[in-house]
Structures are given as structure tokens and as C-alpha cells.
Design a protein around this ligand. Structure first.
Ligand code: SF4
Length: 371
């Protein structure tokens, strides 16, 4: 019996869930089988007098065959199916789905605890990219971000992060091979669960997404960057830079008051040295604020010792409370970086007609819930 499936869509699911958990206590502190990395599953199997090797078949059943009940996992003995029976295979419900004229699809995922986060499926020439959320809100307070104006309701667990991919793949009948952790939340403020979700996403018996096709984006949480470097997380690092002087950055992104540009750049340098990979710097162009030639000159100086790529982002109007990015200034800015030998690309602002900015859908959801 897949109770997660039965509960999905039910308006009083929380009551049912509580009732079920009292009636059928599970043999472990974790309730969702998606919460386990393969190594954790191997340990669980050994602790429950079973063969660790079954973890591979379980993973293939969950992530390749996408079974909706532990009963359906092939290649494992009946006695193990019985042990696994109390586990849930929950996936977030897609409460809202909006399709943009440019093909971008925005989702509002709703979890069993009633909380909601956003995800975005982008279509680029080389395939689909799914942007996932990592927290139910965000504590970082960036002034250009709709998410920072909404209540913070805690971290997503690894299975809630992974569930966003499973839900979208099932809904759209697509295989997603590229992921960005750029939705609601600061991934390095939820580092343990983000790391575990990366281990699941990249597992060769699981979704099997290549580490080079996953980017974790931070607003500049320096200890988290150093941890990523130390533990060699299976992903690439993206840093939301956006400003090149401490005063402006601290005003716009409070994280900079704790770890300023000098500390951030030092951590980025350490990261590239330890991992041998480059960093992607995200730079949202705000007209008259950070898109002038002098800003480009400062940016060039700031990243000169760091192997990197610069991704210039065109802003949606809400993200900066005024008109969108000035395209002429953006072209000039990019050319200046390129002349200095930097690799700079410009990303179009997608999904502008569907409340594409991070947090807008969740904001509407919270408003409706509290009416
Ligand atoms: S931009 Fe990212 S880190 Fe900043 S408040 Fe929004 S979700 Fe949080």
C-alpha cells in the first residue's frame, strides 16, 4: 500500500497522516524511502539483518523504474519487501503549474506538512534544466528577492528536494539531466540536506545526473563554500555576486555584512584550488546601479585570480522594483568583460509572464492560504 499516493490530493491529509503513523509506526526514524542516500540504505539493510547489496536494486526501483509502492521494487526478496512496507514514497503535489510563452514552466510544490515551494523548468538548446528550492522561505534577506519578503518555515529535507525532480519528470514525461539549486532558499544554510540530495541525484543507481550538470548557488555563505571544497561535493559552485563594492553589496545582500567581498573571494579561490573546477559568478544587471563601465572594471579586478565564468542575468521587473535590465548597458558590460579575457554569457530573463521571479508564486499561495 502506498499511503503517500493515497494522501496526495486529500484536503485533510495531515489528519490522515497522523492517524496512519499512530496505527502503523515505522521501524526507523525516517518515514520516506527517498530520504536515504544509498550508503545510508546499505547501513539500514545491515542493521535489519539484510544484505547491503539490495540497496542497488531498491535505488533502481525508486529512481529508474519510478515505482509508486515498495511492493513493486523488482529483484528483492519478499521478506525485504515486508520490511520496507511501512516506508512512504511521498512526492510533492504540484499545486500550481504555469506555462510561459517562452516555454518556461513554473511550479508550486506542496508538501505533506502544508508548506509550499517553487520550482522552474527551463528549456535551453541543450535540454531541460530544473531549478529546485532548498528551504521553505529564506533567511538571507536579499533586497531584490521576493522570497526574502515571505515567512521562513524551515529547511527542506533531502527527499523533499529530490521529490521536486520526480514530480516534474512524472508530470512532463521528460528526463531532466541538468539541475540548479537556485530556487527558494540558500542551499548552504541547509548544507546537510543539500549534500545528501546531491549524493542521491548523482548516484549511478539512482537518478545518475552528472556532477558537472548540477550547480549549487550561494549568495556568499563562506563556511559553506569551504565545506563544499573540503568535502568535494558532487556539483559545481555558483555564487550570486551582483555587486562589486562592499557598501552596495551589504545594503542589498545582508550576507555581505558577515562575509565581505574579500572573504568571499578568498573562499572562492580556495574552492577552485581544492576542487580544480571553475566558479560561475551570477551578476544581475540593475540599471544605473551595477551595470556601468566602472562596475565592469571592478568586477574584472575582483575575479582576476579566480578561474571563473560570469553569467550576466537580465532581471524581471519585480526583482528590483523598477524597469528590467537595460539591454544596451548589458551588451556594453559583457563586451568589456570579454575584452579583459573573461568568459561572460548573458542569460535572458525567462518566464516574465508567469511571475517568474523567485518567491512570487509562493507569495500568492501564502496570501490565499491566509485569507
Ligand atoms: S536571492 Fe536567494 S539567498 Fe537571497 S533571499 Fe532570495 S532565495 Fe534567499
Amino acid at each position: 500500500m502506498d499511503i503517500g499516493r493515497i494522501l496526495k490530493g486529500c484536503t485533510c491529509h495531515r489528519l490522515w497522516y497522523t492517524h496512519f503513523m499512530k496505527a502503523y509506526p515505522i521501524p526507523n526514524e525516517k518515514t520516506s524511502l527517498y530520504e536515504y542516500t544509498k550508503e545510508e540504505l546499505r547501513s539500514w539493510l545491515l542493521a535489519h539483518d539484510d544484505k547491503a547489496a539490495h540497496a542497488e536494486a531498491i535505488y533502481e526501483g525508486l529512481y529508474r523504474l519510478r515505482v509508486r509502492s515498495t511492493d513493486e521494487i523488482p529483484g528483492i526478496p519478499l521478506r525485504l519487501k515486508e520490511k520496507l512496507a511501512p516506508f512512504l514514497l511521498p512526492r510533492p503535489a504540484i499545486a500550481t503549474r504555469r506555462v510561459s510563452k517562452d516555454g518556461t514552466i513554473k511550479y508550486l510544490f506542496r508538501f505533506l506538512d502544508g508548506q509550499a515551494v517553487e520550482g522552474v523548468l527551463l528549456h535551453y538548446e541543450h535540454g531541460h534544466i530544473l531549478c529546485v528550492s532548498t528551504q521553505k522561505g529564506c533567511r538571507m534577506g536579499c533586497d531584490f528577492c521576493a522570497s526574502s519578503r515571505l515567512p521562513y518555515a524551515g529547511n527542506l529535507s533531502a527527499d523533499e528536494i529530490v521529490g521536486q525532480l520526480l514530480a516534474v519528470e512524472e508530470k512532463e514525461n521528460v528526463s531532466i539531466r541538468n539541475l540548479v539549486y537556485m530556487g527558494i532558499g540558500e542551499p548552504l544554510d541547509n548544507a546537510d540536506e543539500v549534500k545528501r540530495s546531491l549524493q542521491i541525484f548523482t548516484d549511478q543507481h539512482g537518478p545518475g545526473i552528472g556532477a558537472r550538470h548540477i550547480s549549487v548557488s550561494t549568495c556568499g555563505v563562506v563556511p559553506g563554500i569551504l565545506r563544499m571544497a573540503e568535502e568535494n561535493w558532487p556539483c559545481r559552485l555558483a555564487v550570486s555576486l551582483h555587486h562589486v563594492d562592499d557598501q552596495k553589496r551589504s545594503q542589498s545582500m545582508p550576507v555581505n555584512r558577515k562575509w565581505n567581498l574579500s572573504a568571499l573571494m578568498q573562499a572562492c579561490k580556495t574552492y577552485t584550488e581544492k576542487t580544480g573546477t571553475i566558479i560561475l559568478f551570477e551578476y544581475a544587471l540593475i540599471p544605473g546601479v551595477n551595470d556601468r563601465p566602472a562596475d565592469a572594471t571592478r568586477l574584472i579586478a575582483l575575479v582576476k585570480d579566480i578561474p571563473c565564468r560570469i553569467n550576466l542575468i537580465g532581471l524581471n521587473p519585480l526583482q528590483q522594483g523598477g524597469p528590467g535590465t537595460d539591454e544596451e548597458a548589458a551588451t556594453r558590460f559583457r563586451a568589456q568583460l570579454q575584452q579583459a579575457g573573461l568568459f561572460a554569457s548573458k542569460r535572458k530573463a525567462l518566464g516574465q509572464d508567469i511571475d517568474g521571479a523567485c518567491g512570487q508564486l509562493r507569495g500568492q499561495f501564502i496570501q490565499e492560504e491566509t485569507k
